[in-house]
Design a protein around this ligand. Structure first.
Ligand code: GUN
Ligand code: ZN
Length: 441
């Protein structure tokens, strides 16, 4: 048996629980080690402590990578993103329903081709790793091929990924629609091949209520009841035009959420993207089921969907996750998601602290997605997925962070000014999977 082991020396930061919304993290919620050592062994974290306490325990000859001056935290998690929309990001000037018809659906037709799906899966994973994201919950297209391509590419790199085939049996081009029985059959095959296969998990993916018949949603709920270890992802209450359409299509349902409840789609492993136009009673129903919302601030601003009410969701103890929602989103970077989240919060009088933001990208998202037994924290036994951030990644950031008086100030500057240039390295499954070219900072 080979023993693959090394140590990284750097400033280390990881949350053990929700830091709360105050200016300082709730007591016991933060693990912060200024001169720390992260000891990796066979894809996992063997130990984490101060460098001076780890050093005497190290076997002779072990590789020690000196990252002093850099900040290591758990790899970022993106709870809602469409890999098949990578190349239609930044398509100008439409709100949701027109944007879907004009740009998104034609683009997703291209994923009938397996080679195209493979090329875009690899391009997407390269871009994710470049911005420090090591896990995502991903929409593929309606073609089963697009899911095989994505999972194969993820497995080759040893990444922890959730994904699923879009279920859509109406109100879309014929080249993209399945039917209630065929779509579910495809899911069963994909679940057999990929669900809980190594670090991969299957997420049932009815696109949203307008593009699925009641039969298709009922059948999806049936799969979820048969195997509660499956995940589910869809969209909810993003846009007012969408709300009107859902009310028209489902006149017997009391509201949009009820359409999903009636098919058994609302549970602790369900993530509903957007959830902007909800009332407190709907938030309470989501919270009672342990379901998650995905806050997608750059997408909500880009598509003009609305300003997510984070405070209202937190008052109901509703799980909030953070997501890019590319191609509706304008940036894959978790740092950019936090920046947009902060801006939305400012407009609502609910500014997002750096503590809450970085907790959300790491342990918060991991907990909401039931992945916190494996990822989201730097702790012994956890999978070795982490990001090495450089607070001086550009000359301008170096100026700003040289003035920081505290970790909180540095984190906030990273979330407002940071991009791929702040990501020095990204590690997943114990391996360095991205290293930044540093020649043009
Ligand atoms: N609602 C239904 N499909 C989509 C999609 O692809 N993107 C976004 N942002 N919202 C949706
Ligand atoms: Zn989406």
């Amino acid at each position: 048996t080979t023993n693959d082991s090394r140590v990284l020396r750097a400033e280390l930061m990881s949350f053990d629980s929700d830091p709360g919304d105050a200016d300082t993290p709730a007591s016991g919620s933060l693990c912060h080690i200024e001169d720390g050592a992260l000891w990796l062994e066979n894809g996992r974290i063997r130990a984490i402590d101060t460098f001076s306490r780890i050093e005497p325990q190290l076997p002779p000859g072990i590789e020690v990578i000196d990252h002093r001056g850099k900040l290591i935290m758990p790899g970022f998690i993106d709870s809602h993103v469409h890999y098949v929309q990578l190349e239609i990001m930044a398509s100008y000037g439409r709100q949701l329903l027109d944007w879907l018809n004009e740009y998104t659906f034609p683009e997703e037709c291209r994923f009938a081709n397996r080679e195209h799906a493979e090329a875009l899966s690899n391009a997407f994973l390269d871009e994710m790793l470049k911005v420090g994201t090591t896990t995502a919950q991903v929409f593929c297209s309606s073609h089963p091929n697009s899911v095989d391509a994505f999972f194969s590419a993820s497995q080759k790199r040893g990444l922890c990924m959730l994904a699923g085939k879009v279920l859509m049996d109406r109100h879309a081009p014929e080249a993209l629609t399945d039917d209630a029985i065929g779509g579910i059959g495809d899911c069963e095959r994909l679940i057999g091949d990929w669900h809980n296969n190594g670090r991969l998990g299957y997420s049932l993916t009815p696109r949203f209520a307008p593009t699925s018949t009641r039969d298709q949603m009922d059948a999806t709920g049936g799969l979820l009841r048969t195997d509660p270890s499956l995940w589910l992802q869809t969209h909810l209450a993003e846009n007012t035009g969408e709300l009107d359409w859902v009310a028209e299509l489902f006149p017997g349902s009391r509201d949009y959420l009820a359409v999903y409840e009636e098919s058994g789609l609302v549970g602790p492993r369900s993530t509903f993207a957007h959830g902007i136009h909800l009332d407190q009673e709907m938030r309470a129903r989501l919270a009672d089921r342990g379901a998650n919302l995905a806050f997608c601030p750059s997408s909500n601003l880009f598509l003009g969907s609305g300003l997510f009410d984070r405070q209202a969701a937190r008052e109901m103890n509703l799980n909030i996750t953070y997501a890019s929602d590319v191609g509706g989103g304008t940036d894959l970077s978790g740092l950019a998601t936090l920046k947009a989240g902060y801006q939305v919060g400012q407009l609502r009088g609910q500014p997002l602290t750096a503590w809450q933001g970085f907790y959300g990208l790491t342990l918060g998202n991991a907990k909401a997605l039931s992945l916190d037994d494996r990822i989201g924290r730097l702790a012994p036994g956890m999978d070795a997925d982490f990001v090495v951030l450089d607070p001086a990644g550009t000359s301008l950031m170096a100026r700003r962070t040289a003035r920081s008086q505290s970790l909180s100030e540095t984190l906030f500057a990273l979330m407002m000014m940071g991009d791929d240039r702040a990501v020095s390295e990204t590690w997943a499954n114990g391996q360095c999977q991205h290293r930044r070219d540093n020649f043009a900072a």
